[in-house]
Write a protein that binds this ligand. Sequence first.
Ligand code: GDP
Ligand code: MG
Length: 162
Amino acid sequence: MSIIAIVGRPNVGKSTLFNRLVKRREAIVDSVSGVTRDRHYGKSEWNGKEFSVIDTGGYVVGSDDIFEGEIRKQVQLAIEEADIIVFVVDVEQGITPMDAEVAKILRQVEKPLFIAVNKVDNAMRDADAVEFYNLGLGDYYTISSINGSGTGELLDAIAEEI
Ligand code: GDP
Ligand code: MG
């Protein structure tokens, strides 16, 4: 079964997307820190294709330095483990140095990669998403993990790769 890994820095909405995709609340979403405490796996299905989903980035750590290293580790692990990668970024924050850092790693990966610009809750935010072309990873999908808009199109594209 194909494994899809959701990667990205903390607070972009990875766990919210995971919960939406697996339709079961298995991950712990902490709205204060945006940090999920565990790595979670779930199963899902779309357009008749079954797949597992990994929610990454689930550690609470003290310093920013460790944090960045931890994220890098999680991304590497996800890349090794997954067949398909979904890189989540946040339209509210724009591109942060940590996003650029993750993008640098992902640019070297030869696996299907989808960029999900999250928190595009309304059409006005679509225009703000264009800055994510600057990640140098090509085209992206705009989604709202909270209200579900755009997630169907993203899943259609993912299912094509399975
Ligand atoms: P993670 O750290 O990447 O797993 O992020 P979470 O899923 O824990 O979400 C972090 C915060 O962003 C939470 O307060 C979520 O409610 C919020 N969030 C997630 N997705 C969306 C979205 O599509 N729109 C908005 N406005 N907020 C979102
Ligand atoms: Mg999380």
